[in-house]
Design a protein around this ligand. Structure first.
Ligand code: NAP
Length: 460
């Protein structure tokens, strides 16, 4: 099957690539192995120079790179530019902070003289999704390359041009040849790459099914894996919240990336006393969202990335209505060319409905009413996922209660959930395990090597 780049706004085939043969794939793995040997000899300060150069290239070429993202997966152009800027920020964060994170740690364990060294593992395979085609890759590659690891990227099959552009940027930034290679391969070839003894570990960002398949193999091979999978994040509004701010953030949190974000708010839990006002104002705001051509500066929601994605959203909304949800806005694909789906609001979906347990990866908000904080926590945790939560309350006691009780990897109070190079990012339950970003993310693919040095004793 060719790997195709198709513009989701027009349906036009942009480019088509033949997947690598297994022979060509083995050559790339061999090159990665030799690059790792060379990388470990490159001083950290030089790697930092290359990483800063990479940030500079991203800044300088933002317009072209953003246009590429928008043409391949339909992200509104302003958001594509923001994605490139965020990649540059991550490069700079690790260029500045790697020395601190990688410094050997003295251990207080008298009478032993002990330290922990942070050594790179080697060749790391990254299996990545299309929704943030640069950011998802950069949040792996910036810490990995600064730590002295090398990367092999299996990107989603609908963003091959982004994948090739990232490889070229890393090479131009001055990293040793083979430090970061894109593998234009099919999902079925991932097994062969991971099985190769020269590949040390794997990170997967994507769906549960991809994570499950790859982690099962990694487990069998006893190779380290990090999984960043789906989410069904709650957005909880308590009576003390500022409704103006909360409603604006709720719309933004559901519609970011045309609804196709793992940390998009997907379930909106609203206190009974403010529910009716929230519902009517939220529905009006969702109705007012500008859907259309993603190359236009004022577009807020573009097309969904693939026709399969559009079909799935349509089926999930139909299933929710069939299960008893009330449709308050949208609920249909939009007429004309392109994978457009109207911003949709559903209320009162029974929690017994199968679709309630699924991730809805598009501009579809589900509203729920709760009577007290106990019920809010119970609904928020009633999901197989555990990525993040956004909670709107001015009450410190409530904040303490939510921080402890919510089963997820991050809780943001009075703010939309967002990734940030300085903060650990990742989930619990079926959202996966391990962390990306910050020191924690960098250390996922390092060997915490204990070194104990005793006095040598008398020489013979
Ligand atoms: P996907 O279908 O799982 O694809 C992700 C990657 O995995 C692609 O490169 C895909 O290749 C590959 N893949 C799929 N099945 C595989 C298998 N059995 N073996 C090996 N590789 C396999 O997910 P997606 O539709 O691209 O992305 C959306 C999902 O990613 C959502 O669930 C979203 O929540 C999640 N996500 C999570 C995070 C996070 O940080 N937690 C961030 C962003 C997205 P092909 O394209 O060739 O199939």
């Amino acid at each position: 099957m060719p790997i195709q780049s198709i513009n989701p706004a027009t349906g036009a085939l942009l480019r088509s690539f033949t997947p690598l043969t297994n022979e060509a794939l083995l050559q790339k793995i061999a090159l990665a192995e030799s690059a790792f040997a060379r990388t470990t000899e490159v001083p950290l300060a030089h790697r930092a120079l290359c990483m800063n150069k990479l940030a500079h290239l991203l800044d300088r070429e933002t317009a072209d790179l953003a246009a590429l993202i928008t043409s391949e997966m339909g992200k509104p152009i302003a958001q594509s530019r923001a994605e490139i800027a965020k990649c540059a920020a991550a490069c700079r964060f690790y260029a500045v902070n790697a020395a601190r994170i990688l410094a050997p740690e003295p251990i207080d364990a008298p009478p032993l003289d002990a330290i922990v060294r942070w050594d790179p593992l080697g060749v790391i395979l990254a299996v990545m999704p299309w929704n943030f085609p640069f950011w998802q890759v950069f949040r792996f590659l910036a810490p990995a390359l600064m730590a002295g690891n090398v990367g092999l990227l299996k990107h989603a099959s609908n963003v091959p041009q982004c994948a090739l552009a990232i490889e070229a940027l890393v090479r131009r930034a001055g990293f040793p040849r083979g430090s970061f290679q894109t593998l234009l391969i099919e999902a079925s070839q991932v097994e062969m790459v991971l099985a190769d003894q020269r590949v040390a570990a794997v990170t997967v960002t994507g769906s549960e099914s991809a994570g499950r398949a790859i982690a099962a193999q990694a487990g069998w091979l006893i190779k380290k894996s990090v999984l960043e999978l789906g989410g069904s994040d709650p957005f909880i509004v308590m009576p003390s919240a500022s409704l103006d701010t909360a409603i604006a953030a709720a719309v933004a949190a559901r519609c970011i990336n045309s609804g196709q974000s793992c940390i998009a708010a997907k379930r909106f839990l609203i206190a009974d006393s403010i529910y009716d006002e929230f519902e009517s104002r939220f529905v009006a705001a969702m109705d007012a969202i500008k859907v259309g051509d993603p190359t236009r500066e004022d577009t807020q929601i573009g097309p969904l990335a693939t026709t399969a994605q559009l079909d799935e959203i349509e089926a999930q909304v139909a299933a929710a209505i069939h299960a008893g949800a009330r449709l308050l806005a949208g609920g249909e694909r939009m007429i004309g060319t392109g994978n457009y789906y109207a911003p949709t609001v559903l209320a009162g979906l029974p929690r017994t409905a199968p679709v309630y347990r699924e991730e809805v990866f598009g501009p579809v908000a589900m509203l729920f009413r709760f009577t007290d904080i106990d019920e809010a926590i119970a609904i928020a945790n009633d999901t197989p996922f555990g990525l993040a939560a956004s909670v709107w309350t001015a009450n410190r006691d409530e904040q303490r209660r939510f921080s402890a009780a919510l089963q997820c990897g991050a809780v943001f109070f009075n703010a939309q959930v967002a990734s940030d190079p300085r903060l650990p990012f990742g989930g619990v339950k079926r959202s996966g395990y391990g962390r990306e970003l910050s020191a924690a993310g960098m250390r996922e693919f390092l060997n915490a090597k204990t070194v104990v040095t005793a006095e040598p004793g008398p020489t013979p």
